[in-house]
Design a protein around this ligand. Sequence first.
Ligand SMILES: C[S@@+](CC[C@H](N)C(=O)[O-])C[C@H]1O[C@@H](n2cnc3c(N)ncnc32)[C@H](O)[C@@H]1O
Length: 343
Amino acid sequence: MTARLSGLLKGAVENDDVASAIGEYEHRYGGEARGGQDLRLAEYRNFVKLYFDLTTDFYEYGWDRSFHFAARAKGERFTASLARHEHYLAHMLGLRPGMSVLDLGCGIGGPQREIARFSGAAVVGVNISDYQVERARKYTEEAGLEHLAEYVVGDFMKMDFPNDSFDAVYSIETTCCAPNKADAFAEVLRVLKPGGRFGTYEYCLTDRFDEEDSDHLRLKADIELGGGLPEIAFPHEVDDALRKVGFELLDARDLSMEAASDVAWYEPLISAGPSLETIWSCRWGRVVTHTLVKLLESLGVVPKGAHRVSALLNTAALAFTEAGRRGIFTPMYFALARKPDEP
Ligand SMILES: C[S@@+](CC[C@H](N)C(=O)[O-])C[C@H]1O[C@@H](n2cnc3c(N)ncnc32)[C@H](O)[C@@H]1O
């Protein structure tokens, strides 16, 4: 574990720059009153890239190569639940061999490799973080999946692909990073072939969220800053944005409310689980990690500022847990849409 922690933050940001990078992130985009939303929206490219440059190593260390939450059934292993969440999307999109598919905001390619393997479709991942793309390519080569999974560094708000390029498009907890949902969805519509499907798992506030409740507002702000999100939307805003740009909405619902999610999606942030798979993401695992990161930082093993990144992620983890318990937030509002056939 110490060996793995020693490698933190050695790739994306120069050693001497970590402290100033986390300082810039917190002060520019959060601030005392957590009022950095205007800048998060206006400077979303810098905001998102900075966030993932700082946090990717922590995600890999404490979570998995798939950077998302998942519905989970009793007795189901954590990694199996992540894969099931990905397979469900592939199934709802009708993916099969020969199809050409786009993964928006592909992270380090965990879901993409699983979906390519599961469906046989060829998947292109687009990602604004060159550090993550570098990691994705390395893991894809190790898995021998280069023939089905390739990666492009780019902004999904404005992509270089020609119109009507893909049979299907999906996004897993990524269009929540978009500064404007309708603009992001319009770009998806443009690159999809007529009749093609788009499936997305969205971070959303629920109808239990009360804009007059200061605790709710604090939890929302902590999730936004700690999760690299300009602003969290409501489900109806996702549906409206899809329809507004011209999609037909086929299905839309919160998967966290459904039968096969009787283990709460935020459980990996609370307990290590029966098989200890979530040992480093759970509450006491994070305390141990944070203490060790501080120690390694004082010894000069990890860059200065690393413990502040760990603290940022801990704040987010507590906010996700509390918002989940109160039922005011879901990371799995699922929407399935179709691009109309040409007239
Ligand atoms: C929470 S991570 C999810 C990653 C991946 N879908 C997964 O489940 O493992 C969000 C991803 O979206 C990417 N992203 C956010 N905004 C983006 C943008 N405008 N263009 C391209 N990628 C973006 C981030 O770099 C990051 O990889």
